[in-house]
Design a protein around this ligand. Structure first.
Ligand code: UD1
Length: 420
């Protein structure tokens, strides 16, 4: 197994190119199940989750060729509607095949994704919405078995909670349903917006894109003409590199970003005292003279993303004062706290609120990555710790960050990938 070894204490400088958004690409790959002809997706990030999704589609009967961040995919040949446990267990987002498979074939079996380090993560809202659209659903031997022999029909769905992949699943299902679907309390994340735009470009009539109410006209099981497209930049990867600049109090520039997607992150960093230069597709973060403590809650887009909570917790360690972070979306998304404390941090937890003492003196240690974003927080802490930090179990990182160590090396960090 690989691990990362980091010598802390270096300033960073230079430029880093941001890859395509994993969380946009995953539903978009699933959406190719709805396509009537092969297509090419550009700017795919070369991370393990993407290859898992491609393998899942291949297992269903699709074929693809991947080269240089682009994939040519033909899902017209899908002839199997079972998303097997062996693939689904590697990535919860495999559940994104449920909506499009059921909409196209009227039947499918998708293994239930289990819980994960950050909490239980049920899919009840996905299932309830599909039932509203006429699906019969049972859970048997760890599989969701869904049937809609006469196809799905449009319905009005009110999500009790805002769910990103839930909204995406139902948008894809509604695209091929019979009649009009209205999704109330829909997620507004840029990744949901891109999915809607790609489907709209394929001829599906969708109103309310980017709002919390989507109205979708289904095609009554007619496959759609999805055109080639380019995946949007990864706002979480971008946010993580902004934190790398911030925690080392260095000036670095990010290229290929969409700063409109980064507003809540940039505002928090400005509140802490950092300066920015923003140009088209480029952001430069500049050092702060005094780094102020923060108080914030994670929430749905356009609020502050839960996927940036761990990185900002690492950053709060160098603030002048005490910060508090409330995690509102996932009950157990604080696995990085005990690892950061092993490096000398003073973070206390009270249910879903973390209190972080600033002006921390961190020392390198062996730490364990527990989930994707928690892993990047440990790397950030390693960049400023005295001595050597070894971050183990980095397969979590490889699920979502493209060549993290190479990009950080290019910025001047002393970091290398080694084998246990
Ligand atoms: C997506 C992102 C993930 C991000 C999260 C929140 C992808 C592939 N993953 O995950 O990186 O952290 O959004 O921004 O895009 N819930 C239910 N029942 C459901 C569905 C969700 O109770 O059926 C709850 C969840 O447990 C959680 C909240 O709703 O508390 C939001 O989860 P959701 O938006 O669904 O997260 P994901 O789509 O899984």
């Amino acid at each position: 197994m690989d691990y990362l070894e980091i010598q802390g204490g270096n300033k960073l400088q230079g430029t880093v190119k941001i890859d395509g958004a994993k969380n946009a690409a995953l539903p978009l790959i699933a959406a190719t199940i709805l396509a009537k002809k092969p297509l090419t997706i550009y700017n795919l990030p070369a991370v393990n989750d993407i290859f898992t999704m491609l393998t899942l589609l291949e297992n269903l009967g699709a074929s693809y060729t991947y080269e240089n961040n682009q994939v040519h995919i033909d899902a017209t040949t899908i002839n199997n509607t079972t998303a097997i446990y062996d693939i689904v267990r590697k990535m919860r987002a495999s559940i994104l095949t449920l909506g499009p498979l059921l909409a196209r074939f009227g039947i499918c079996e998708v293994s239930l994704p289990g819980g994960c380090a950050i909490g239980q993560r049920p899919i009840d809202l996905h299932l309830k919405a599909l039932e509203m659209m006429g699906a019969q659903i049972e859970i048997k031997q760890g599989y969701v078995i869904a049937k809609a022999p006469d196809g799905l029909r449009g319905a009005t769905i009110v999500f009790d909670k805002i769910t990103v992949t839930g909204t995406e699943n139902i948008v894809m299902a509604a695209a091929l349903a019979k009649g009009t679907s209205t999704i109330i309390n829909a997620a507004k994340e840029p990744e949901v917006v891109q999915l809607c735009e790609v489907l709209q470009d394929a001829g599906v009539h969708i109103e309310g894109i980017g709002s919390d109410e989507l109205v979708i006209e289904g095609t009554n099981q007619e496959l759609i003409n999805i055109k080639d497209f380019t995946v949007i930049p990864d706002r979480i990867e971008a946010g993580t590199y902004l934190c790398a600049g911030a925690i080392t109090n260095s000036a670095i520039t990010l290229e290929k970003v969409n700063h409109a997607h980064l507003v809540s992150i940039i505002l928090k960093l400005q509140e802490m005292g950092y300066d920015f230069e923003i140009e088209k597709e480029k952001i430069t973060i500049k050092p702060a003279s005094r780094i102020k403590a923060l108080k914030f809650s994670t929430t749905e887009y356009p609020g502050f993303p839960t996927d940036m909570q761990a990185q900002f917790m690492a950053l709060s360690l160098i603030a002048d004062g005490t910060s508090t972070i409330e995690e509102r979306l996932f009950e157990n998304r604080f696995m990085h706290v005990s690892e950061l404390n092993r490096m000398g941090a003073d973070i206390t937890l009270n249910n879903h609120i973390a209190t972080i003492e600033g002006n921390a003196k961190l020392y390198g240690a062996d730490v364990m990555a527990t989930d994707l974003r928690a892993s990047s927080a440990l790397v950030l802490a390693g960049l400023i710790a005295t001595g050597t930090t070894k971050v183990h179990r980095i397969y979590h990182l490889d699920r979502g960050y493209v060549k993290l160590e190479e990009k950080l090396q290019k910025l001047g960090a002393k970091i290398k990938r080694l084998r246990e």
